[in-house]
Design a protein around this ligand. Structure first.
Ligand code: ZN
Length: 336
């Protein structure tokens, strides 16, 4: 692979670029990582002290969870609750926001918005390396951030005498757990705009060309000739991305963190494969005994030949992956 990136447009919360020199699998992994693997901070628990609005607690809690919060450098600046030493949440793994609004004006409707959320201070006293890595306004609703010209998000409307008093706990998470943690609001992804590869079958009523107009990305590619034969071996190698974020992270940060995330996960995979080919590096507690008893005398499958040949044979040591069960070694019942 010889990756190449050409940026066509870059704004704080939007990036349009063309990625080429990679295969479809890589481009799609990149897309999925940007959508679902980059951690952000979002409201995850709400304690209602007073709620005399017309909306039930669950409704308001759901709306609060979807409010984007500034999450600059969240991957390094905050701990997952599950990784923290605390029991009930601390400033290292949690941002606390409070809101207390009451309408006392007769005859008017008062809107409660994300701008009414206040960060509860007091985290600085904890120290900790994570806190120093956080960006400016970390945990604040995006609409309140100084660098973002967003509109406040409506939470509820109040009439005279109605009140809302809540305490929100915002935690670090990824969109694989819940979509509220996704930094991306939209992620356009296209390749092969002329459908030369026939990965898509267009449904149409009368006129395919009229009902499926070409996208702007078609200008980047050669139109197909009418009489050109279908190339069964052709593969896509140019991918058009349009990344839009909700403001919790910048588009640039989402892209860079995604590449770094893919790199570290690939490195972890390679490391584990290499180190698990040695019996002394493996966890022996509950690895299954492979192969099944009925196949232990078979020498046909290379995957099963390694019980006694750890590293001794160049043919088997590298090929030995998931089957390198230390249990089988200990049993010694199927070595050749
Ligand atoms: Zn904690």
């Amino acid at each position: 692979m010889n990756p190449n990136v050409r940026i066509r447009e870059l704004q704080r919360d939007k990036c349009n670029f063309v990625l080429s020199g990679v295969n479809l699998g890589f481009a799609n992994s990149f897309r999925r990582t940007m959508m679902a693997d980059i951690p952000t901070v979002a409201i995850d628990m709400v304690v209602f002290e007073v709620n005399t609005t017309v909306l039930p607690d669950e409704f308001i809690a759901h709306r609060l969870g979807m409010i984007p919060l500034i999450s600059t450098n969240c991957d390094e600046g905050m701990r997952y609750t599950r990784d923290c030493d605390c029991e009930l949440g601390c400033p290292l793994c949690m941002v606390v926001l409070t809101l207390h609004v009451r309408c006392d004006m007769p005859g008017t409707t008062m809107n409660i918005t994300s701008d009414h959320l206040q960060i509860q201070s007091g985290g600085d006293a904890w120290g900790g390396e994570e806190l120093t890595k956080r960006g400016e306004d970390f945990g604040l609703p995006v609409s309140k951030s100084r660098g973002f010209n967003g509109h406040p998000i409506l939470i509820a409307s109040l009439r005279k005498g109605q009140e809302l008093k809540i305490r929100c706990e915002a935690k670090k998470g990824i969109a694989k757990d819940h979509a509220k943690w996704s930094p991306c609001t939209a992620l356009g992804f296209e390749y092969d705009p002329y459908n030369k590869l026939r990965h898509t079958t267009y449904w149409f009523e009368t006129d395919k060309q009229a009902e499926w107009p070409l996208s702007a990305n078609a200008e980047e590619e050669e139109p197909p000739r009418e009489d050109a034969p279908f190339d069964y071996n052709a593969e896509p190698n140019k991918f058009y991305f349009n990344v839009e974020t909700d403001g919790s992270l910048t588009a640039k940060e989402v892209i860079l963190k995604s590449l770094s995330n893919m790199q570290s996960r690939t490195a972890t995979l390679v490391y584990n494969i290499k180190h698990q080919s040695r019996p002394d590096a493996m966890d022996t507690t509950d690895a299954p005994a492979f192969p099944p008893a009925g196949q232990r005398t078979s020498g046909q499958d290379q995957s099963y030949t390694n019980a006694s040949g750890w590293g001794a044979s160049p043919n088997t040591s590298g090929a030995n992956m998931g089957w390198a069960s230390p249990n089988a070694t200990a049993q010694g019942g199927w070595s050749l």
